[in-house]
Design a protein around this ligand. Structure first.
Ligand SMILES: [Zn+2]
Length: 427
């Protein structure tokens, strides 16, 4: 049975592509990128069920015809050949508006027609699948009835292990495992491992949950535990939820993350937030503003919001004098329109270090710092990021954490060093 994880999105591929290019540009071949692990996969535990019903409709009474919508296929040319008349089709289109706009039916999506098992073989149901989970039912039996429903999503725990030959991404792909795991791992260990510099001989074991709909994997749900051996040192990331806060912790219950400062200025006024659309005060036109502006008097010290290395201390006509800091393989921050820079390219900085002073160089109407937050090479809104507190597990949750830790370590140990994926019991 095919168990391809369908989480491989275009953006992910592009992101990893960029990551690889970035690596090739920045490092010599002495270091192995986030790629290529020779992995062999064994899939166990395939559930086979006799399907007696589909979409909650008994197949005893109906024939089911399933197909994929082709280009230029619409409700009318799908249903007409099955004997549904124009009046009914028109009725469906009108009646469904509040529930589902039939004009949104798209090529490539699946549909299912249930026909009565009598001589007339009239259409009883038409079902449009919005995605692997959600679908719309058009019940055409008596008066037309339309409703949305969703299939049950079951989470299964799976495991994978591998050792790095040349890249994580490629090997996970080869193993039919989701490359999303590589991105997740890089995120979990963002502050402890530079995934652009992982070594040949590094290895990993991961316990994670996968979402299944009717035995078909539809995507990674969550990494539960990961052991990454880097330069022969094991790093652990254990998922734990305390109250409403979820985070990854080390064996000693400390958070794997370090928090960023909320703002690069001690006292400031937030004057413009990250938005995909704002009226530019200098250029006098609507455009995206991918930074967060803090207005402050000229000369106000600007602090680095996290530990890192200065990767640019430079000038452009738009940015003015600016500084960019790489915090780890995932996050970078950038500070624009400085009156003066206080750091040099290549310099290591600590959180809170003064890296420059507020000014209005470049395209700026008044003194402010435009703070830009980069995640995986893309500018994001720092206030929309899920940064769990970098605090250790709270005392009242320590008992629970230790218990979970014991379970996770046992699971990691059970994986062994051979590369495999084992579907375990639903959790
Ligand atoms: Zn700005």
């Amino acid at each position: 049975m095919r168990k391809k994880l369908h989480i491989l999105t275009t953006s992910l591929t592009i992101l990893l592509g960029i990551a690889v290019l970035f690596f090739m540009k920045d490092y010599a071949d002495s270091i192995v990128p986030l790629q290529n692990i020779e992995t062999e996969v064994i899939h166990a535990d395939t559930l086979i069920q006799d399907k007696e019903e589909a979409f909650g409709i008994s197949l005893e009474d109906f024939h089911k015809v399933s197909a994929t919508i082709k280009k230029n296929e619409f409700l009318a040319n799908i249903l007409l050949p099955h004997g549904v008349d124009y009046v009914t089709i028109d009725r469906i289109a009108k009646d469904s508006k509040d529930i589902f706009d039939v004009r949104k039916m798209a090529a490539g999506k699946n549909y299912h027609i249930f026909k009565k098992k009598d001589s007339a073989e009239s259409v009883a149901y038409f079902i449009y699948q919005i995605n692997p989970i959600d679908y719309v039912v058009f019940d055409l039996r008596d008066s037309v009835e339309i409703y949305k429903d969703a299939k049950e999503v079951i989470q299964k725990t799976e495991t994978i292990s591998g050792s790095i030959q040349s890249s994580l991404y490629e090997s996970l792909q080869k193993a039919n495992a989701s490359p999303a795991l590589a991105v997740e791992m890089a995120d979990i260990f963002a502050w402890s491992i530079d995934f652009y510099r992982i070594q040949k001989g590094d290895s990993y074991k991961v316990v994670y949950t996968v979402n299944y709909v009717e035995d078909q994997a539809i995507g990674i749900d969550q990494i539960l535990a990961v052991e990454f051996n880097h330069f022969k040192t094991p790093y652990y990331g254990l998922y734990f939820k305390q109250g409403d806060n979820e985070d990854y912790f080390d064996l000693d219950a400390t958070s794997l993350r370090k928090a960023f400062l909320k703002s690069p200025l001690k006292f400031s006024r937030l004057s413009s937030r990250y938005t995909l659309r704002r009226f530019h005060p200098v250029q006098k036109r609507w455009k995206a503003h991918l930074g967060t502006d803090y207005a402050a008097p000229r000369g106000t010290p600007i602090m680095s919001t996290g530990d890192g290395v200065v990767i640019a201390a430079s000038y452009t006509s738009g940015n003015g004098k600016y500084v960019k800091i790489k915090h780890n393989s995932v996050y970078s921050t950038q500070y624009l329109h400085m009156s003066r820079r206080n750091v040099k390219n290549g310099q290591h900085v600590k959180q809170g270090d003064i890296i420059g002073y507020v000014g209005s160089t470049g395209l700026a109407t008044g003194p402010h710092v435009c703070y830009r937050f980069w995640k995986n090479g893309k500018q994001v809104d720092p206030y929309k990021q899920k940064f769990p507190s970098a605090n250790p597990v709270k005392e009242e949750y320590l008992g629970e954490f230790e218990k979970k830790k014991g379970e996770y370590l046992k699971m990691l140990e059970a994986i062994g060093s051979e590369n495999k994926i084992i579907a375990q019991n639903p959790s």
